[in-house]
Write a protein that binds this ligand. Structure first.
Ligand code: NAD
Length: 352
């Protein structure tokens, strides 16, 4: 039987831990905020070493979703789910059904979606137990994999950053280093290649890098070196915490702009470390909002046109980078302020 334990966590509306030994299920859902609407965020399946590290991850991710929805002007709040387990070995139909049951217990205050380790087909199984899930396959009536929209948004943000830093958004001849060529990284690589960019890539999956080498004539480097290569843009598209006290001094690109969530290990100090080195870091939750935009526009607002919403990423990146340069404040700090303002503003409108 699924057992649910409710925890009191400062700054979060609800945090629940679900366990079911019958299906080897161990998961946490964190609802950071429902002030602007039901919380929406992906389900990440990852072999966390223990519940503590899963808890840390889910809290950071859920809080970032609140800011992401707010800066993108979407009527949803921030939440996230993690499943402790290896998606290659532990992802069974019964485990996914239990995930559906767990989500259903929150009665719509959390809406699930895809994140690392979870595919739209997996969400179809989750949806057998709950209707509070987005991004199921088109066959099941969902809007499918949001990674393409995420990559399109990242591309628009990279162009805007190049305009600010290099004076042109034309990417032809630029060099972009992509860390991780999974769903987002692969789609981003494809779009950049079409724009005439030379790609440098790294991924622990040998077949993916080989495919990138063949399809895009990409230069392949070891995973440990990708952040240090000479490039115009470094695009982290794997996991969080890649920008830190050790890696920042090794960066050679003037722009860091990628799809991964929570790229700074220390959100207080790392943005300043980059600014001191004159590196422009485009805040991840502005840049990678395309996936969330796609899900909300298609499945919650029931609109067909995602493109105009994606364009807001370009506008926000321009606005944030310009103000950041004028005021001498790191872009992430600027964006955090912008997100807070937008939440306050939307709540004032709701309460008027
Ligand atoms: P994914 O699991 O499909 O891809 C991640 C890739 O990174 C894999 O190919 C993996 O082998 C590789 N990788 C793992 N460790 C690495 C390392 N040390 N160096 C280089 N590569 C490494 O996940 P995804 O859906 O592409 O998401 C990637 C990131 O983007 C995550 O942080 C996710 O939260 C974020 N994100 C994804 C979406 C989306 O629409 N999928 C939306 C917003 C944010």
């Amino acid at each position: 039987m699924l057992k649910i334990k409710k925890l009191k966590v400062n700054g979060f509306e609800t945090v629940v831990v679900g366990k079911d030994p019958r299906t080897n299920f161990h998961s946490i859902i964190a609802i950071h905020s429902t002030r602007l609407g039901p919380s929406l965020g992906g389900i990440r399946m990852w072999p966390y070493v223990n519940e503590r590290s899963a808890m840390q991850d889910v809290r950071r991710l859920a809080a970032a979703m609140t800011k992401k929805a707010a800066v993108s002007g979407l009527p949803v709040g921030g939440g996230k789910a993690v499943i402790i387990g290896d998606p290659m070995k532990d992802k069974t139909r019964s485990l996914l059904l239990t995930m559906g049951e767990f989500i259903e217990s929150l009665q719509g205050r959390y809406i699930g979606a895809k994140d690392s380790g979870i595919l739209p087909e997996d969400l179809d199984v989750v949806a057998e137990q709950t209707r509070h899930v987005t991004g199921t396959t088109r066959k099941r009536g969902g809007s499918g994999d949001p990674s393409v929209a995420t990559a399109k948004g990242v591309l628009l943000g990279i162009q805007a950053a190049c305009q600010c830093v290099y004076g042109s958004k034309n990417l032809k001849g630029r060099i972009v280093a992509i860390q991780g060529i999974g769903h987002v990284g692969w789609n981003l690589g494809r779009l950049l290649y079409q724009k005439g960019v030379h790609l440098i890539v790294a991924d622990p999956e040998a077949n993916r890098v080989e495919q990138a080498r063949r399809s895009w004539k990409a230069t392949v480097v070891p995973v440990s070196r990708i952040h240090q290569v000479q490039a115009d843009v470094f695009a982290p598209c794997a996991l969080g915490g890649v920008l830190n006290a050790k890696t920042i001094p090794q960066l050679k690109a003037k722009i860091v702009a990628g799809g991964a969530n929570n790229q700074c290990l220390d959100e207080e100090r790392d943005p300043y470390r980059m600014m001191e080195r004159n590196i422009v870091h485009v805040p991840d939750y502005v840049l990678n909002a395309g996936g969330l935009i796609h899900l909300v526009v298609r499945e919650i607002l029931r609109q067909r046109q995602v493109k105009p919403w994606l364009k807001t990423i370009e506008t926000t990146v321009c606005e944030v980078l310009t103000t950041s340069i004028q005021k001498g404040i790191p872009p992430l700090v600027m964006t955090n302020r912008l997100a807070k303002q937008k939440i306050r503003h939307s709540m004032n409108i709701q309460n008027a």
